[in-house]
Design a protein around this ligand. Structure first.
Ligand code: NAP
Ligand code: SF4
Length: 679
């Protein structure tokens, strides 16, 4: 066992009254397990992460009162009876030698219910409910609720609390004139607006004693136009330190900010420089956050003196063993969070239980387990896209003998399309992970092998998993065999050269991906932080309030003129994830993409693509382009199924080969893992 790989990351952190075993904080993440009585599942979920060696866990947000809940019936900690139930969680974590703090989250005007309260009666742009402005006595009651919640957390056995003061929630709303128009002692000049968090921290410290961790999550860059100036943020940080906080965690951007802060297109460690600025201003430990998904990235951030700890929230969903693998020199075995949000935050917004695209066991620890098999059997898995890869690896992990057949020269299927899209570079990590798992689990890999049904039958497998994926749908447009026409596979694989003026047929996930691919020549801004910050209009908060560039966004020149078409009416990308769809639309808008809805594709010819509108096929017009790229969806490829079944061999069809519509890696991996768990 060696800590030489990541000496900064794995160094203990002495907090005086207690010591954290390393510099990894599992950041707060709402999973849905907080709501209702799911304490047993939560205990299993957190215990697994504690066993994986994380230094300090922070729970998802718990409201200190009903008004502060993020939604109706959101998890809260307001009574002794609730505190007793939480003991199940704290005991499970302590049994694994872990430490855990409870996050106290008052949603303020971001609450998704009609009882919301805020400093002033100003509705947020992301919620339909207008909050009630609190009276002075009402503010006092909220403070008391925070303090009582912290006391109950202590009674429940937590090692500390995190007071959520960022991301535009209740406390944050008092700090800026954007949301605080009060004229009493809680509003007015900054010394009055910052009174609330100081009172909360001071009174919490008095109530919980000296030997209890208080983390304050401070909004270090608001990313909204009337956000705090840097001087104001520093003033608050020092006051929070003086009020008795143990640690300050970094919050980046209000939820209503129009800058991506955690999506996959955000560069790794994109905001560590903000925490580094604060390091010069306070003496208590600082945690930095956002898009830190690899031990090497974390180590670099810490070694450069940006912070004392790193917060990893989603990466802890992706791999509970993150810290242990780093410590044991097995970083290449880490299942890396690709920052897609598809199974975590997008689920939260859809009121569904969170999990993880790359790890469907996340939040399902009590029901999805890969138990070693008693009988070793022989399986063939055909197709090495996400569905086939996950099935093969887990079947082998459970002790089965597995042959994985792939017609192409490399594994990955559609993942190889995704990895070349600017801003989706993280897909390389997913492929790296699977390659390593194939080696570790002794999956027999057969590349360049399009296996036939006859061969499979001759090999007398105990079962065959058909994960042969999809082929592009034929849109049947007149003239589609014209040389101008390309399909997305030729474009993304680099086989086709594409002209400067392009029309894309189909505005689903792949149509958007192809548009972003064609707009960018050379490496994407995701790999160049300064370029990315300029593109989204982010500056040093000492230059402009909230870190919002006065000159706005500075997008790079688009490499091509792109028109993105769909037959349906309504906004483009409506089927993309809630937390990322807006980013893709904003990217296309900033690169002047023409988005046209409600079209009929009439004909393709030398002039380009002829479209009309509506049922009556009106207003014909030619889109004069050099190329037309077909992104019209997919159909399943499952031709092996019938002959195998006729030969009496159990055939299991999964992934795109099963259902091609709405196919994505999330469903493919989930289906693969669940099938492999029960075979
Ligand atoms: P898709 O999302 O189902 O989109 C297919 C597009 O083709 C639609 O815009 C559809 O729009 C159009 N279309 C359907 N039939 C057509 C026809 N006969 N002629 C012309 N146009 C037709 O499929 P996809 O874009 O191929 O993506 C496949 C899946 O991969 C997606 O569902 C998605 O889950 C996943 N993916 C996700 C992302 C992501 O960012 N999350 C990225 C890439 C892929 P109209 O019917 O309105 O014309
Ligand atoms: Fe990360 Fe995507 Fe998993 Fe969320 S669903 S934890 S973003 S890999």
């Amino acid at each position: 066992m060696t800590d030489t790989h990541y000496p900064h990351l794995l160094a203990p952190l002495d907090l005086g009254f207690t010591t954290l075993k390393n510099r990894v904080l599992m950041g707060s993440m709402h999973t849905g397990l907080e709501d209702g009585n799911k304490h047993q599942r939560l205990a299993a979920y957190f215990a697994e992460r504690a066993r994986g060696g994380v230094g300090l866990i922070v729970t998802g947000g718990y409201a200190p009162n009903r008004a502060g809940g993020v939604k109706p019936f959101a998890g809260k900690l307001t009574t002794r009876a609730e505190a007793v139930k939480h003991q199940r969680i704290t005991k499970a974590v302590h049994a694994e030698d872990g430490k855990i703090a409870l996050q106290i989250l008052h949603a303020g005007r971001y609450a998704y219910h009609p009882l919301s309260v805020a400093p002033s009666r100003i509705r947020s742009p992301i919620t339909p409910f207008t909050p009630r402005a609190l009276s002075s006595a009402g503010v006092e009651k909220q403070i008391q609720a925070f303090v009582r919640c912290a006391q109950l957390a202590r009674d429940a056995g937590y090692d500390g609390v995190e007071i959520m003061g960022s991301e535009g929630y209740f406390i944050n709303e008092f700090l800026v004139t954007h949301t605080n128009l009060r004229t009493d002692k809680w509003g007015g000049d900054y010394s009055q607006r910052m009174r609330l968090p100081i009172e909360i921290v001071e009174r919490t410290r008095d109530a919980v004693g000296d030997d209890f961790i208080i983390i304050y999550r401070l909004s270090m860059i608001d990313l909204i136009p009337q956000g705090n100036s840097w001087d104001e943020t520093v003033l608050l940080a020092r006051a929070i330190e003086g009020a008795g906080a143990t640690i300050i965690n970094t919050g980046i951007g209000w939820h209503e900010a129009r800058v991506p802060t955690i999506a996959t297109s955000v560069p790794r460690g994109a905001f560590a420089w903000v925490t580094k600025k604060m390091k010069q201003e306070v003496t208590i430990p600082l945690v930095t956050s956002n898009r830190i998904n690899l031990p090497a990235t974390a180590e670099q951030i810490l070694s450069e003196g940006c912070a004392d700890m790193v917060s990893l929230a989603r990466p802890m969903l992706a791999d509970a063993q993150f810290v242990r693998k780093a410590r044991e020199g097995r970083a290449d075995e880490i299942n890396v969070c690709i920052a897609c949000n598809q199974a975590c935050l997008d689920h939260t917004f859809a009121n569904k239980m969170s999990t993880c695209l790359v790890n469907p066991r996340a939040c399902h620890e009590t029901e999805l387990n890969y138990v070693a098999t008693g009988t070793r059997r022989r399986f063939a898995v055909v197709g090495s896209g996400p569905a086939g890869l996950s099935t093969a690896v887990i079947l082998a992990e459970r002790g089965h003998e597995v042959d994985l057949f792939e017609a192409a020269a490399e594994i990955g299927g559609q993942l190889n399309m995704a990895k070349v899209i600017p801003g989706k570079e993280e897909f390389h990590e997913m492929l790296r992970y699977f390659k390593r798992q194939i080696e570790l689990q002794n999956v027999r890999m057969h590349l360049n092998k399009r296996i036939s049904a006859d061969e499979l039958i001759a090999r007398t497998y105990d079962g065959v998993v058909i994960a042969t994926g999809v082929v592009p749908r034929d849109p049947k447009i007149e003239g589609q065999d014209h040389p101008k026409v390309l399909n997305y596979i030729d474009v993304l694989s680099g086989r086709a050269s594409v002209g400067k003026r392009v029309a894309i047929v189909g505005a689903g996930g792949i149509g958007f991906d192809v548009a972003e691919f064609l707009l960018q020549d050379g490496e994407s801004p995701t790999l160049h932080l300064d370029e990315w910050l300029a593109e989204w209009g982010v500056v040093d908060p000492s230059v402009a309030r909230g870190g919002v560039a006065p000159g706005g966004m500075q997008p790079g020149m688009p490499a091509r003129a792109v028109t993105l078409l769909q037959r349906s009416t309504g906004k483009h990308g409506a089927g993309l994830g809630k937390t990322t769809g807006w980013i893709h639309r904003a990217t296309l808008r900033m690169k002047n993409v023409r988005m046209i809805s409600g079209v009929n594709y009439e004909r393709i010819a030398d002039e380009g693509l002829l479209i009309t509108y509506g049922k009556k096929h009106e207003n014909p017009s030619w889109i004069d382009v050099d190329n037309i790229v077909m992104c019209a969806g997919q159909r399943p490829l499952q031709e092996l199924q019938a002959p195998l079944e006729a030969a009496g061999i159990p055939a299991h069809v999964i992934g795109g080969a099963d259902v091609a519509t709405e196919l994505d890696a999330k469903r493919a991996i989930d289906q693969g893992c669940r099938l492999a768990a029960r075979l």
